[in-house]
Design a protein around this ligand. Structure first.
Ligand code: ADP
Ligand code: ZN
Length: 734
């Protein structure tokens, strides 16, 4: 008897082993095994098949041992992983390893903890007053209590998601009587929970969408659910999953980032109790492992998780949901590069499940699939309660403001709007997708631009810490006012969030200002604390990067200012316009979610660019119409398929390798594949390594398989000791 084993290492292909007689009865698909590999006596691998015959000329070795007491992967998951290995051109063992929770090796065989009921936390009466008496040093307790005061009684799961390190703080607060904890038990029938989690009566648009999904349960049916922000998409997912559960089926829900949207975790837990398992990076390795085990044992049947949860062992999968399906975070960028949104559709097909891709701004790929009839389209055209979409106005920075520079890029109109909002006791959000104080430091005499010594990118000046930082590799150096080359005076240009904050504080001294970006907060706990203060209206103006575009629903926000809409437009990437449109639509959706109508001001140097103009008009249809025409004309996705080959190494090694790959590909291109490059990447150097790219553009996916086959030989032994990465359906063009 023979087994095909994917070895957990960065090697391409699988290996065949003989099964010793005493193991023949136990060996199963998906089992973790120990095998001899190369010179080492033992490596870990996974059984992925049972070949009838061994490859010719290979001396077979024997399986050493079976690990764990049951398979780690269901046969369907093995099928999915093999599909992904083939399509994404990644080593199978690496993919299998990425599919397992971290720390599995150390903990194999451990029992999952059983839970009873759903825990809720609420601020105790008097907690508001007690907040000021808490020691300033008890920052974690402050954060947790602020959050609870902002949110009221919520499932503890939401709190855990928002404050991964806040466990001790919560129990201290409970002991001191500032927080009340209680547990709602789950009904034995597994039905819905009591009042706190009752489902609302659906609007007719929601009911129509739900009816279509429910009717399709049991067969592979992909849906695109297009609904504006706040139109009730999540409620449709919840009720579709509730229906699937009544037929005994499980569900998988993928979301871009759980830490920024803790309410979502709480909503699922409140509705479905313990049958929900959460998988995200805010959990410790042992918690993730425990959640994973609960799914594998069938104790939990609904999984809510981020990208890697696409491989979660949900049993008898009936429905797969991808929320915010357009989000770039579903693409794994290093290691095995898969796209979880696309794999969600493949997994649904393998498991005969329904698949819902939901978004307010669907990706052009999904839109085209809906237009061509591959996906069925569902629409939620209006916000719940028919709340109007906010009015969006453009402030054209290229006109009228010439001459005196705007401090922190704040135009007089935006400053007036901020002051008026403050005077009305309402809140504002300012969004700019660039961190730091100034994004470029240059010498006024010799013109030298300060670059990272290891990367071909400019260093960003961070004023508070007085350092220059590389945002790609983390290199730091002290900022000095003189040029290291000629001794001339240096100055900075390019506004970042830190400078916006300074300018707002100077212009509105009475405003309470806070900033949310990766410099001002470290980790989910601090993020949650900043958002909680904002939700409690202790902050008037919140400034930040895209971290402020997601997350909570803030009813007090009536003004959203986009400091510069153009930052993403200028990137050399065919998706630049699409990303800009999505980002603007997202951030505009933050305004006017309460009783007061919202106002959005968008500052831009390119008011006529389609992405900006259409986002301002809330016109998804017109934007996508134009953008699809452009993509069609240039053969870009969704019309053409892309394969990027990324080469890194020494200056000479990377070049030699890239040229060898180019030479190997040229004869097999044919008329259906275009090759761009080989050429140095947009970011030519990263972490001291030289980078080259080749981009292949084909009208059919199968043509790219032919190209890969021609290059695979070289990839096995890359010239110049370079390293080669195949990136199918690349997300980043940098
Ligand atoms: P989306 O996912 O499209 O942003 P949600 O499902 O989160 O929208 O709904 C937005 C808000 O409206 C939420 O607070 C939700 O609880 C509420 N909501 C959703 N559907 C209904 C409904 N049919 N009736 C009343 N409130 C609803
Ligand atoms: Zn660097």
């Amino acid at each position: 008897m023979l087994v095909e084993v994917a070895v957990a290492a960065a090697v391409r292909g699988t290996f065949t082993y003989r099964v010793p007689p005493h193991l023949i009865r136990q060996v199963e698909l998906g089992r973790r095994v120990a095998v001899p590999f190369g010179k080492s006596r033992r490596a870990t691998g996974y059984v992925v098949g049972f070949p009838a015959a061994a490859p010719a000329g290979v001396e077979l070795r024997e399986l050493v041992e079976l690990l764990d007491d049951a398979p780690l992967f269901t046969p369907k998951l093995i099928e999915l992983l093999r599909w992904a290995e083939d399509y994404y051109l990644v080593p199978p063992g690496e993919l299998l390893r990425a599919a397992l929770p971290p720390g599995l090796n150390a903990r194999a065989g451990q029992q999952a903890p059983t839970r009873r009921g759903v825990e809720f936390a609420a601020p105790a009466p008097g907690a508001q007053e007690a907040l000021s008496t808490l020691s300033r040093r008890a920052r974690a307790q402050h954060g947790v209590l602020e959050y609870l005061l902002a949110r009221g009684r919520i499932p503890v799961e939401e709190l855990r998601t928002a404050f991964p390190k806040g466990r001790a703080a919560l129990s201290t607060l409970a002991t001191r009587g500032l927080v009340l904890l209680d547990t709602e038990s789950i009904r034995p029938s597994g039905g819905l929970l009591p009042a706190s989690a009752q489902a609302p009566v659906l609007t007719s648009a929601q009911a129509d969408a739900l009816a279509e999904v429910n009717a399709a349960l049991g067969s592979f049916t992909p849906f695109l659910l297009h609904g504006v922000t706040g139109s009730g998409k999540t409620e449709v997912y919840l009720q579709a999953i509730a229906h699937a559960r009544t037929t005994g089926k499980g569900a998988l829900v993928l979301v871009p980032e759980i830490a920024l949207t803790p309410q979502l975790a709480g909503r699922f837990r409140a509705r479905f109790g313990d049958t929900v398992a959460l998988l995200h990076s805010g959990l410790s390795a042992s918690e993730r492992h425990a959640e994973w085990l609960r799914l594998r044992n069938g104790e939990a049947s609904i999984c809510v998780g981020v990208r890697s949860a696409i491989f979660a062992p949900v049993q008898d999968l009936g429905i797969v949901v991808v929320d915010e399906e357009h989000d770039g975070s579903f693409k794994q960028e290093d290691g095995p590069g898969y796209h979880a949104r696309d794999l969600a559709v493949v997994r649904a097909k393998l498991e005969s499940a329904v698949c819902i891709l939901g978004s307010a701004t669907p990706s052009l790929e999904s839109l085209e699939n809906a237009r061509s009839g591959r996906y069925r389209k569902l629409s939620l055209p209006a916000r719940i309660d028919d709340r109007p979409m906010p009015a969006v106005e453009i402030l054209d920075l290229s006109r009228g403001n010439r001459g005196a520079p705007l401090p922190g890029l704040l135009s007089p109109q935006l400053l007036d709007a901020l002051a008026a909002t403050l005077a009305a006791n309402q809140q504002s959000i300012l969004f700019l997708n660039r961190r730091g104080y100034q994004t470029l430091i240059l010498c006024r005499d010799c013109g030298r631009e300060e670059q990272c010594p290891a990367c071909s990118v400019s260093l960003t000046f961070h004023a508070r810490r007085n350092v220059l930082v590389c945002h790609y590799c983390g290199h730091k150096e002290p900022m000095t006012p003189v040029c290291p080359a000629c001794g001339g005076p240096r100055g900075g240009v390019g506004v970042g969030t830190e400078q916006v904050e300074e300018a707002v504080r100077a212009a509105l001294p009475s405003a309470r200002v806070d900033r949310l970006d990766r410099d001002s907060v470290s980790g989910a706990d601090e993020t949650a604390a900043v958002l909680a203060r904002f939700a409690r209206r202790e902050t008037d103006v919140l400034i930040g990067t895209q971290m402020v575009t997601k997350g909570h629903d803030f009813p007090g926000v009536t003004l959203v200012g986009v400091i510069l809409a153009d930052t993403a437009l200028a990137l050399p990437d065919f998706r630049a316009a699409e990303r800009t449109f999505q980002l603007l639509a997202q951030v505009a959706g933050r305004a006017g979610r309460g009783a007061e109508p919202g106002r959005v001001l968008v500052q831009t140097f390119h008011p006529d660019s389609p992405a900006v103009a259409c986002a301002v008009a809330h016109d998804y249809g017109r934007f996508t119409e134009q953008e699809l025409d452009r993509r069609r004309a240039y053969g870009y996705p969704p019309f053409g398929r892309l394969l990027a080959v990324r080469i890194t190494g020494s200056d000479q090694g990377a070049r030699a390798c890239a040229e060898a790959l180019g030479d190997a590909a040229r004869p097999v291109l044919g008329r259906d594949v275009a090759m761009l490059g080989p050429a140095p990447a947009v970011i030519e150097r990263l972490r001291g390594q030289s980078r080259w790219h080749i981009l292949f553009k084909a009208s059919h996916p199968s043509s790219l398989g032919r190209i890969h086959a021609a290059l695979a030989q070289i990839a096995r032994r890359p010239p110049g000791h370079a390293s080669i990465r195949f990136d199918r359906d690349p997300n980043s063009m940098l």
